[in-house]
Design a protein around this ligand. Structure first.
Ligand SMILES: NC(=O)c1ccc[n+]([C@@H]2O[C@H](COP(=O)([O-])OP(=O)(O)OC[C@H]3O[C@@H](n4cnc5c(N)ncnc54)[C@H](OP(=O)(O)O)[C@@H]3O)[C@@H](O)[C@H]2O)c1
Ligand SMILES: [Zn+2]
Length: 336
């Protein structure tokens, strides 16, 4: 079978199509014919040699977390059948640590993610497969696991509810668009930012109530103050946006952080933070039952995951270049 492997961790030019042996399912595993695999900033960090999870010695490396497809072979005790349409929950947990026992599972002390979806086939833990109803297409399904699941879990940690005002800096990517759509579904209001006027008008059509075209934190801060104080900031950028995200919170408001696209570090003033009773909360992925809920929501017409472009396996490098160049809106999906 063919796979789009990271042969050199030098960015999008390091992607190469390689031939690999067809995978065989072990006990409890299934082989899935990959119909769609979305890409994430997480894969791009690996490809840019900026990830603690994968080092240069691990090349050629087949990344790709978000797999939707059809079961083609099963191992003993897999509990799924050939021909089943499925979506993989990429969570990998030990199942035995105190966090796994008490939940939620994404707290597992050995928490890891599946990699290997950017290929024609993938051998996966069959217990991580969620049945995919016919109403949900493969590309739409593949958009869900990393971006929408993370967004959903962040909103729950923020205790966001109907009528709240939520601030999403960088609202036009995978996690950003997911936050805007899920916020709209729950009846809350969003303020979203992007540097692109075109992306902002697409966000408005998805239910984003207020848009700010800027990447400048001072400019954004003034614009947000004019709209109102926010109940929660949902932040996948970090860096200088962390301080901004705190400054615009109302008293008791929360900032949930899941990423570091704008840098891992930030200084902020402790006094207004504690006097305002604010909270900063870290969040990573979500749980398999939450992902199943999202699949049900899509099947019931609650929202349509935004896939702005699909690519063949040979075009995988192009997909990463589009993400790197900030050409993407919502999700980019490879269809092997
Ligand atoms: N912890 C977790 O479980 C988890 C899960 C998913 C993602 N993440 C993290 O969340 C982040 C977003 O991931 P994603 O896949 O949604 O990425 P993405 O699709 O590439 O996000 C694109 C968005 O980020 C903005 N952006 C890109 N570079 C920027 C920069 N240097 N400064 C400010 N804004 C910038 C873009 O702005 P424009 O619209 O102006 O182009 C766009 O709105 C990443 O850090 C990722 O690692 C974490
Ligand atoms: Zn565990």
């Amino acid at each position: 079978m063919r796979a789009a492997a990271f042969s050199d961790l030098i960015g999008p030019d390091g992607v190469e199509i390689i031939e690999q042996d067809d995978p065989e399912p072990g006990a409890g595993e299934a082989v899935v014919d990959v119909r769609a695999c979305s890409i994430n900033r997480h894969d791009l960090w690996i490809l840019q040699n900026d990830s603690a999870m994968v080092s240069e010695g691990a090349t050629p490396f087949v990344s790709g977390l978000d797999v939707a497809g059809v079961v083609s072979e099963t191992g003993d005790g897999a509990g799924v059948s050939e021909g089943d349409r499925v979506l993989l929950c990429p969570n990998q947990t030990c199942g035995t640590c105190e966090y796994c026992r008490e939940g939620p599972e994404n707290l597992c002390q050995s928490f890891m993610l599946f990699h290997g979806g950017l290929a024609e086939q993938a051998a996966v833990d069959a217990h991580r497969l969620i049945p995919l109803p016919d109403e949900v297409g493969f590309a739409e399904a593949a958009a869900l696991p990393t971006s929408y699941l993370t967004a959903f879990h962040m909103l729950r940690k923020a205790e966001a509810g109907a009528g709240d005002l939520l601030f999403v800096p960088g609202a036009a990517g995978g996690v950003g668009v997911a936050l805007v759509q899920l916020t709209d579904v729950m009846g809350a209001r969003t303020i979203g930012t992007s540097t692109s006027a075109e992306k902002l008008s697409r966000l408005e059509s998805l239910g984003c109530d207020h848009t700010v075209q800027s990447a400048d934190v001072d400019e954004i801060e003034s614009a947000v103050w004019e709209i109102g104080q926010v109940d929660a900031t949902l932040n996948h950028l970090a860096g200088e946006y962390t301080k901004l995200g705190l400054k615009v919170l109302k008293r008791g408001g929360k900032q949930v952080i899941c990423g570091r696209t704008a840098g891992p570090k930030c200084e902020f003033d402790a006094a207004p933070f504690f006097l305002g009773h604010n909270e900063v909360i870290g969040s990573t992925m979500g749980t398999q039952p939450e992902l199943a809920t999202l699949v049900d929501l899509v099947a019931d017409g609650g929202f349509e995951p935004v896939v702005s472009r699909t690519y063949s396996l040979e075009e995988t490098g192009r997909a990463f270049a589009d993400m790197e160049d900030r050409e993407a809106f919502g999700k980019l999906v490879v269809e092997p």
